[in-house]
Design a protein around this ligand. Structure first.
Ligand code: NDP
Length: 478
C-alpha cells in the first residue's frame, strides 16, 4: 500500500494488522486524501471472528476488570477530545464544536456502561404466581450472549460505535466493529484507546471494508450471535433477512417531526428548531425534518425561525464558528438538490436555501409541502426542513403519525395534560416535550418503532439485549 497521508491498520486479536489492499478516506470539506487504511478481506474477517471465539472460550473478562477498562477509556477519550474531534471534523465533515461534544458524550457512554457492569443481575421469580409449582425456587441469571458484531454509520463515527462497544464489553462479550468506510479512522482511534486502557486481546476487533464485502461476510458467519446495527432502513432490513434466527438490534432512519402548539414558547422553539434542523447538515437520524405549527402562531414563528436560519454559517468544519458543514459526499448533496427541485415542481414553496456548492448544501426551508413528495415521505438526511400548519392537535398527531417511520417526536406546549397524553398517541419510540425531536441523552432508552428499528440503545438497555437470560429452577423437595 502507498504512503503519504496517515496510514492506518486493522485491529484484530490485539494486534495492528496491515494488508495489501488500501481504503482511502478523504477530507469531506476540501476533498484531500486524509488517510489510507488497510482493507479487510475474507481472511481478516475469519481471523477476527476466530479471535473473538477464542477469548470467549478461554479468557473470562471479570466484572471489576471491565469496569476499570471502560472507565479508563472514558478518561482517555476526555484527554484526547481535541485530537479526535479534529479527526471527526475532517473525515466526517462535522463542525469541530459539535465533534468535540460527540467525543465528550462518548466518554460519558463508556462511564455509563462501566457503572452498569457492576450492577448486572438476574431476578427472583415468584414461584407462587402459578398453581401447582410446589416447593420450587425460581430465579434468573445473566450471562454474555457471545460474539457481537457492530455495523455503524458515518454520522456519529465515535458515539454510535461507543454505544455498541461499551455495552458489549460491559456485558462481557467480545465485539467486532465494522465502521462506515467513510469515517473509519475514528473507530481505529477508539481501538487505540481501548488497547491503552487494557482491554484483553481479542475482545475488540475493527475491520475496515465496504458493507457489500466485509459487512456481508460478517452477516454470514454463524459464530456471531448478535448484530447491532445503526444505519439506513434498507441495509437494516437486509441484515434482518440475512441473519436468520440470530438476534439483532436495528437503529434506523426517520423523517422526525416536531409540533409547535398554540400555547408554546414560540421564540424558544424557533431558536432551537433552527439549530436542530440543520445540525450536522441534517445528517442525524432524529434531525428535525418536519415542523407542524398551530395556524395561530405561524407568522410569529416563521419570522423568528427564518431570522435564526439566516444567521447560520455554512463552511469549513474545522472553523469553530461554522454551524453547517459539508454533507458526507457531493453525491448526497446532489441527491437532496434534486429532491428539493422536484418538490418545488410538485408545488412546494422554497422559502430559503436550495443551493449547492460541491458537497455544501445551504440550509433549506420549504412550505406548501404534501404527502407524495420525497422531502416529506422519505428521510431527507440533509439540511432541509419543511413547515406546515394545522388547526387542531388531533390533526397534528395525524400528520406526525402519517409516516412509515417512528423514531422520536418533539412537542412544544405548556399544557400538562397534552404532555401526558401525547406519548400514548404518537407512534414513536420517544416523545420530547418542550424540546425538539432531536434530543438524546446517552443513558435514556433510545430506539424507534415502524421502519425506524427494533430494540433500544442506551448502555443499560443495550446490555439487556447483549446478555442471555438463563432461568434456574430448584426443586426444594428433592
Ligand atoms: P448505511 O446503511 O449506508 O451504512 C451503515 C453501515 O452499514 C456502514 O458501515 C455500511 O458500510 C454498512 N453496510 C452497507 N451495506 C451493507 C451490507 N450489505 N451488509 C452489511 N453492512 C452493510 O447508512 P449511512 O452510513 O449512510 O448512515 C445513514 C443512515 O443511518 C440514515 O438512514 C440514518 O437515519 C441512520 N442512522 C440511524 C440512527 C439511529 O440511532 N436510529 C443514528 C444515526 C444514523 P459502508 O458504508 O462501509 O459500505
Amino acid at each position: 500500500m502507498t504512503t503519504g497521508t496517515a496510514v492506518e491498520r486493522l485491529f484484530i486479536a490485539g494486534e495492528w494488522v496491515e494488508t495489501n489492499r488500501a481504503h482511502q478516506v478523504y477530507n469531506k470539506y476540501n476533498g484531500e486524501l486524509f488517510a489510507q487504511i488497510s482493507m479487510a478481506g475474507d481472511q481478516e474477517v475469519d481471523s477476527a471472528v476466530t479471535a473473538a471465539e477464542r477469548v470467549l472460550r478461554s479468557t473470562p473478562f471479570a466484572v471489576e476488570h471491565r469496569y476499570q477498562v471502560l472507565m479508563k477509556v472514558a478518561e482517555l477519550l476526555t484527554e484526547s477530545a481535541d485530537e479526535i474531534a479534529a479527526i471527526i471534523a475532517q473525515e466526517g465533515g462535522k463542525p469541530i464544536t459539535d465533534a468535540r461534544v460527540e467525543v465528550l458524550r462518548s466518554a460519558n457512554t463508556f462511564q455509563l456502561a462501566a457503572n452498569e457492569a457492576r450492577y448486572l443481575t438476574g431476578s427472583m421469580i415468584p414461584s407462587q404466581a402459578s398453581p401447582g409449582i410446589g416447593s420450587r425456587m425460581m430465579y434468573t441469571v445473566k450471562k454474555p450472549i457471545g460474539i457481537v458484531c457492530a455495523i455503524t454509520p458515518f454520522n456519529f463515527p465515535l458515539n454510535l460505535v461507543s454505544h455498541k462497544v461499551a455495552p458489549a464489553l460491559a456485558a462481557g462479550n467480545p465485539i467486532i466493529i465494522k465502521p462506515a468506510s467513510d469515517t473509519a479512522v475514528t473507530s481505529l482511534k477508539l481501538c487505540e484507546l481501548l488497547e491503552k486502557a487494557g482491554v484483553p486481546k481479542g475482545y475488540v476487533q475493527c475491520l475496515v471494508g465496504s458493507g457489500s464485502t466485509v459487512g456481508e461476510r460478517l452477516l454470514k458467519d454463524p459464530r456471531i450471535q448478535l448484530y447491532t446495527f445503526t444505519g439506513s432502513p434498507e441495509v437494516g432490513k437486509h441484515i434482518q433477512q440475512t441473519i436468520g434466527m440470530r438476534k439483532v438490534t436495528l437503529e434506523l432512519g426517520s423523517n422526525s417531526a416536531t409540533i409547535v402548539h398554540e400555547d408554546a414558547h414560540i421564540q424558544q422553539a424557533a431558536a432551537k428548531l433552527a439549530k436542530m434542523a440543520f445540525a450536522h447538515a441534517g445528517q442525524i437520524c432524529i434531525s428535525v425534518q418536519r415542523i407542524f405549527l398551530h395556524e395561530s402562531i405561524e407568522q410569529e414563528f416563521m419570522q423568528a425561525f427564518l431570522g435564526h436560519v439566516s444567521n447560520l454559517r455554512v463552511g469549513d468544519p474545522l472553523d469553530p464558528l461554522t454551524d453547517v458543514g459539508p454533507m458526507i459526499s457531493e453525491k448526497e448533496a446532489s441527491r437532496i438538490e434534486t429532491w428539493v427541485q422536484e418538490s418545488v415542481e410538485q408545488g412546494a414553496k422554497l422559502i430559503t436555501g436550495g443551493k449547492r456548492n460541491g458537497s455544501l448544501f445551504q440550509p433549506t426551508v420549504l412550505t406548501g409541502v404534501q404527502k407524495g413528495m420525497k422531502v416529506v415521505d422519505e428521510e431527507v438526511f440533509a439540511p432541509v426542513v419543511s413547515i406546515s400548519t394545522y388547526s387542531t392537535i388531533e390533526e397534528a398527531i395525524g400528520l406526525v403519525n402519517d409516516s412509515k417511520y417512528g423514531l422520536q417526536a418533539g412537542v412544544y406546549t405548556k399544557s400538562l395534560s397534552l404532555a401526558h397524553r401525547l406519548p400514548y398517541l404518537l407512534e414513536v419510540g420517544g416523545v420530547i416535550i418542550n424540546d425538539t425531536c432531536c434530543f438524546r441523552a446517552d443513558h435514556m432508552p433510545y430506539g424507534g418503532v415502524k421502519e425506524s428499528g427494533l430494540g433500544k440503545e442506551g448502555p443499560a438497555y443495550a446490555m439487556q439485549e447483549m446478555m442471555e437470560t438463563v432461568t434456574v429452577v430448584i426443586n426444594l423437595d428433592e
